[in-house]
Design a protein around this ligand. Structure first.
Ligand code: PEP
Ligand code: MG
Length: 587
């Protein structure tokens, strides 16, 4: 039995067999193959080599027609290597002699080959190293592609172990089959983590080398409350966790009784509790958890889930579906926030962006691609004829961007009006505050919008210069950092002075330890991941606003995030012991 600790990002306990998903560009773990499976492994290798060869022939033909036969000779090295019987013999020998997977054999042999080429004094040879990586990735893509296809059609329930998962991979999981996730990489607010939580799949990220410790077929326990992965548990651990699973289920069903009770503090202050969604299909669950509407619809996920750019009609249908599901309840539709870790399969985004989190992403990408932006705005505005919506712009970092976005929006509205297409009048326009410059300039910005929504996931990342998805610096990523708290406080005050609504839609709003602080700072509206709604409601129903103000005042007096977090956890625990009774302090 081996126990590993990572970052818990979605609560719950799962006990199941593991399936290890290998990743491109990452060390491939040594996986032993049973002797009776070796022939099958060799067949997989042959199929991957065959497919890779066909790919290259096709690319070569395409290149010949585009750039001429002379230049297309650059593929001669690739094709020569793929047909090199000595190299293929090395792959096969390793699989047979060492009884390892085809992926591991290809990975090891190609790495040795690259090293030999790299050490050559002759430039022609040393420059071939990138070609070797290219071929390795191509073969690996076919080998892994097969694993991924298998994953989409899983016959049994399984826990998915991977180096990292893209948000679109996570979104495509069959929830009935994928019982939990555990990854080497990732941080608390990486989009994969957010999605896993939204889908109620227990998940742990930032385990660093879990893919090397687990082999497909191992029994694993995922304790998403404490961030523990238990590999090949003994009988006592299994029993302990079967009991734990029952206890968590009982706690959750006790919370479900709160769903129809008002989201109101002890002194009678109404708090608006909205849900965050990525797809319209999540709305029913959000409503079942007690959401009063949708405060953040991450529309870019429609792009992540499709191979090509969705048409205006497809976007219109998705927004209409969301509005109908809500049956008159409000929805805040955020315009495309593509980029950074949310990369669409279509080539909208420059994949070579040097620093993607600071690059041409989100509203910047939209403002540089007006037809794309206008198509989305058109779809949103047309859908507004069916129910109450609000529009929100992401990642605004200066006033000119906001003004430009609003101008384009009014152009689109004018065009629709000219065509006699109906839409909602006076659609409230808001913006995310998720970049420090916007938080600092909140007073000026508040004069130009109807509402603010504080995106703490990015605000923390950009304020503290800590990548939200990097497990190595996850301990530095803290919503309790005094600098972050000061920015949040400033934004709420600016909104109050301008008499506009201020809400918060980052993951912080769904974390129990922050609820009293945020109410105490003056927020009366939160938009959170739907599974967290009952727990947050339980806390706010147990406290008064005066009590929260006292907590906020004290929390703002500390100099370190550690003091802030310890203090907040204690206060929430005192006010509402049931919340932490059901789970660890991680959630
Ligand atoms: C945020 O940054 O807090 C936010 C809600 O947006 P996203 O997580 O999609 O970046
Ligand atoms: Mg954001």
């Amino acid at each position: 039995m081996l126990i590993k600790k990572g970052i818990p990002v979605s609560p719950g306990v799962a006990i199941s067999r593991a399936i290890v998903l290998d990743a491109e560009d990452q060390p491939i773990p040594r996986r032993v193959v049973a002797p009776d499976q070796l022939e099958k492994e060799l067949e997989r290798l042959d199929a991957a080599l065959d497919h890779s060869g066909k790919d290259l022939e096709q690319i070569k033909q395409h290149a010949t027609s585009k750039i001429g036969a002379e230049h297309a000779k650059i593929f001669a090295f690739h094709l020569g290597l793929l047909n090199d019987q000595h190299l293929i013999g090395q792959f096969r020998q390793m699989i047979r002699d060492e009884q390892v997977s085809a992926e591991y054999a290809v990975y090891t042999v190609m790495r040795q080959l690259a090293r030999v080429f790299k050490d050559q004094a002759n430039r022609y040879f040393s420059e071939r190293v990138s070609d070797i990586w290219d071929i390795e990735r191509r073969i690996m893509g076919h080998l892994i592609g097969q694993t991924r296809a298998d994953l989409a059609q899983l016959k049994h329930q399984a826990v998915v172990i991977a180096h990292d998962l893209t948000p679109s991979q996570t979104a495509s999981f069959d929830r009935e089959k994928v019982r939990a996730l555990a990854t080497d990489a990732g941080g608390r607010t990486s989009h994969t983590a957010i999605l896993a939580h939204a889908l109620s799949i227990p998940a742990i990220v930032g385990l660093e080398d879990i893919t090397a410790d687990v082999t497909t077929g191992d029994t694993v326990i995922i304790d998403g409350n404490r961030g523990l992965v238990i590999i090949e548990p003994d009988a006592a651990k299994l029993l302990e966790y079967r009991l734990e699973r029952r206890r968590v289920a009982e706690f959750e069903s006790s919370l479900d009784q709160l769903i129809h009770l008002p989201a109101q503090t002890k002194d009678g202050t109404d708090i608006s509790l909205m849900g965050n969604i990525e797809f319209p299909s999540e709305i029913q669950t959000a409503l079942q958890k007690g959401a009063q509407g949708i405060g953040l619809y991450r529309t870019e996920f429609l792009y992540l889930a499709s191979e090509t750019e969705p048409t205006e009609e497809e976007q219109f249908e998705a927004y209409k579906e969301a509005i109908h599901e809500l049956n008159g309840l409000p929805i805040t539709i955020r315009t495309l926030d593509l980029g950074a870790d949310k990369v669409a399969p279509s080539d909208l985004i420059d994949q070579t962006e040097r620093n993607s989190f600071l690059g041409c992403r989100s509203i910047r990408l939209c403002l540089q691609n007006l037809p794309l932006f206008k198509r989305q705005l058109c779809a949103i505005i047309r859908a507004s004829a069916d129910g109450p919506i609000r529009i929100m712009f992401p990642m605004i970092s200066n006033i000119m961007e906001l003004r430009q976005a609003k101008m384009i929006l009014s152009d689109v509205m004018e065009d629709l009006q000219d065509q006699g297409i109906p839409f909602q009048e006076n659609i409230p326009i808001g913006m995310m505050i998720e970049v420090p410059s916007a938080a600092i300039q909140a007073a000026a910005l508040s004069k130009e919008v109807d509402f603010f929504s504080i995106g703490t996931n990015d605000l923390i990342q950009y304020t503290l210069a800590v990548d939200r998805g990097n497990e190595r610096i996850a301990s530095l990523y803290s919503g309790g950092h005094p600098a972050v708290l000061q920015l949040i406080q400033g934004v709420i005050r600016a909104g109050q002075r301008a008499k506009i609504e201020v809400s918060l839609c980052g993951e912080m709003g769904g974390q129990p330890e922050f609820v009293m602080l945020l109410l105490g700072l003056g927020l009366t509206s939160l938009s959170i991941t739907p599974p967290a709604i009952p727990e947050v409601k339980q806390i706010l129903r147990s406290v008064s606003i005066d009590q929260c103000k006292r907590v906020a005042r004290k929390a703002m007096s500390f100099d370190t995030d550690r003091e802030v977090m310890n203090y907040l956890k204690n206060e929430v625990h005192k006010a509402c012991p049931e919340v932490f009774g059901g789970r660890s302090m991680g959630f």
